[in-house]
Design a protein around this ligand. Structure first.
Ligand code: HXC
Ligand code: NAP
Length: 293
């Protein structure tokens, strides 16, 4: 099966300008690459300008597209306003905002300082709020329509998860923001959607969520019914579709791309998968005999 293939036709995003927060690494870089391949201009942003400059050169060389690199800590509203202005100066306007930047690490919650908890909430929830508010206000003021915001959340935005409590709390907020603004700002010509990825190995996430030999101890593929982790291109395909005009009637949706991982953890009897095929005859007989008794 060719799940590493590219989904959309050439130039499917031509004429669009797409801002990707955290676009210099991991999934943000994968999405940025594919958006460029599909003809979009892309603005990549993070706190590390040295990294962004390198990635800009790499992506322009690889795709022939136009990349603007802007340093911006999404926690700081004034820096986000600079990002809006830099995007407008370079490309006229932004058409799409992808709120992808995130911070996260595993920790028992009682070990967290108040500042540690705040740091994650600030990057994920406040950062998404800052970018959404700054771009949203700009689009409303300029009466620009046909805009779209794509928020990258996680499946534990609705299940919650132990040991990543600030992240779960913040992602739940981002999901609520997605659904709320999908309704409230539709009148201004904006769509809001979210993607909830399962495990997609990236250095940023794996160094903080599976440090040291935890990678071997907790084999993520075992948690996924499809028995594999995600390929970056699969996520980029979904993101490209959701920011393209092909998804113009999708609004307020969160699309899970996790090979069935979170449902495997949720279904009460999913553990019966461990029962060997040959045991089922005996189990069935035991159950049927109870009915007679
Ligand atoms: C406990 C910690 C800690 C740790 C930092 N802190 N690391 N506390 N355990 N492992 C505390 C610090 O001591 C400090 O609190 C506070 O957190 C802020 O730390 P700083 O290092 O000053 O913050 P900053 O430089 O802003 O860095 C933010 C960061 C860092 C989140 C800590 O890891 C980062 O830059 N992350 C960005 C990339 C990232 O996290 N990517 C993963 C996304 S993965 P005190 O009280 O000492 O001041 C993801 C996937 C989800 O979201 C699902 C996967 C399946
Ligand atoms: P990553 O490589 O660590 O990417 C995180 C990005 O966010 C980095 O580019 C980082 O850049 C940027 N960032 C962090 N703090 C920032 C700040 N204050 N201001 C601006 N940018 C900031 O992680 P990833 O795995 O690609 O994750 C991307 C997204 O997917 C995140 O939203 C994550 O929650 C989500 N996700 C990932 C997985 C997975 O399995 N990988 C699963 C579920 C959800 P700088 O450090 O240069 O600032």
């Amino acid at each position: 099966m060719n799940y590493k293939g590219k989904l959309l036709r050439d130039n499917a995003l031509k004429g669009k300008t797409i801002v990707v927060t955290g676009g210099g690494s991991g999934l943000g870089k994968a999405m940025s690459t594919y958006f460029l391949e599909l003809g979009a201009n892309v603005v990549i942003t993070s706190r590390n300008m040295e990294k962004l400059t390198k990635v800009k050169a790499e992506l322009e060389e690889k795709t022939g597209g136009k990349v603007l690199a802007v340093p911006c800590d999404v926690r700081e509203y004034d820096q986000v306003e600079v990002l809006v202005n830099a995007t407008t100066d370079a490309f006229g306007s932004a058409d799409v905002l992808v709120n992808n930047a995130a911070g996260n690490f595993i920790s028992p919650t009682e070990r967290l300082s108040s500042n540690a908890f705040d740091t994650i909430i600030d990057i994920v929830l406040k950062g998404t709020k800052n970018c959404t508010l700054a771009f949203g206000k700009h689009w409303i003021e300029k009466k620009e329509t046909e805009k779209s915001v794509l928020n990258i959340v996680t499946t534990y935005a609705w299940t919650g998860s132990a040991y990543v409590v600030p992240s779960a709390t913040a992602k739940a907020g981002v999901l609520a923001m997605t659904r709320s603004l999908a309704v409230e700002w539709a009148k201004y010509g904006m769509r809001f959607n979210a993607i909830a990825p399962g495990p997609f190995p990236t250095k940023g996430a794996w160094d903080r969520l599976l440090p040291g030999d935890l990678k071997d101890k907790f084999d993520m593929t075992k948690k996924v019914p499809l028995k594999r982790v995600g390929e970056h291109q699969e996520l980029a395909n979904l993101a490209a579709y959701l920011v393209s005009d092909f998804s113009a009637y999708i609004n307020g949706e969160v699309i899970t791309i996790d090979g069935g991982e979170w449902l495997k953890g949720a279904g009460q009897f999913n553990m019966l998968e461990q029962i060997p095929e040959e045991m089922w005859d005996m189990l069935e007989m035991m159950i049927r005999s109870k009915k007679k008794g």
